[in-house]
Design a protein. Structure first.
Length: 234
């Protein structure tokens, strides 16, 4: 089970994350199959409008995200895949760093990154994924085996380049450390999921890290990015 959102207020200041989430999500109000005051919350409508403007308007999406990420793919000379979808409140993409297949088992190393519409936040992490494929290759059963949470070993070069490019393009945005992103806010429900107590990552980005078992299958520094949030003099 994910830990509750909390932090050391003497050394760090993550209140901007909480306040941004509260602006767009009615914390403590239950979402009931399209009914109730949850769906009348002014912030929810504002976030929907932001998603429509940035994602559902294809010209904006191409100009604001696709061209930018294609440039990163060219720099790394790696395949890049857009993963922005539906009502998830972020731009997101993944870079395929490696693919291997042995009989019915396919393994890939992917670097994922996203930029939130909820506030000035971004995330980056690597995954090792295996997929068991059927003989006709039309069905697959994927599983994330390991999450790499910082510039580490084979993910270092791509991670550091993506971080530089995000900081250059999105001036003032801060990286959300893996450990804080996987904490939950009780009573936080997001429109695109059925979960009752959603994580910071689900509210800011998407559900790609939604499985709580991933918290136990990580490598690298789970606190990477904390310096963005350190209080002056702490």
């Amino acid at each position: 089970m994910e830990p509750n959102f909390s932090f050391n207020t003497q050394s760090h200041d993550y209140w901007e994350i909480y306040e941004s989430i509260r602006k767009y999500y009615p914390i403590g109000l239950e979402r009931k199959e399209g009914k109730g005051i949850y769906f009348k919350y002014p912030g929810k409508k504002k976030l929907e409008d932001i998603i429509v403007e940035n994602v559902h308007d294809d010209q904006n999406y191409q100009e604001r995200w696709v061209k930018f990420t294609e440039g990163i793919g060219r720099e790394l000379r790696e395949e890049i895949i857009g993963t922005t979808y539906g009502q998830a409140p972020s731009f997101s993409s993944s870079i395929i760093l490696e693919r291997n297949q042995h009989k019915s088992c396919r393994h890939s190393k992917e670097l994922h990154f996203a930029v939130s519409f909820v506030g000035g936040f971004f995330q980056i992490y690597g995954i090792d994924m295996t997929t068991i494929v059927e003989e006709d290759d039309l069905r697959g059963y994927p599983s994330i085996n390991v999450v790499t949470t910082s510039p580490f070993l084979e993910f270092r070069e791509a991670f550091e380049l993506v971080e530089r490019r995000l900081r250059e393009r999105y001036t003032g945005y801060r990286i959300v450390p893996f450990w804080i992103g996987q904490t939950v806010i009780h009573g936080l429900e997001v429109a695109y999921l059925d979960d009752k107590n959603c994580t910071i990552n689900q509210a800011l980005f998407n559900n790609f890290l939604g499985d709580d078992k991933l918290t136990r299958s990580i490598r690298g520094d789970r606190y990477y990015g904390e310096r963005d949030w350190r209080r002056a003099g702490a």
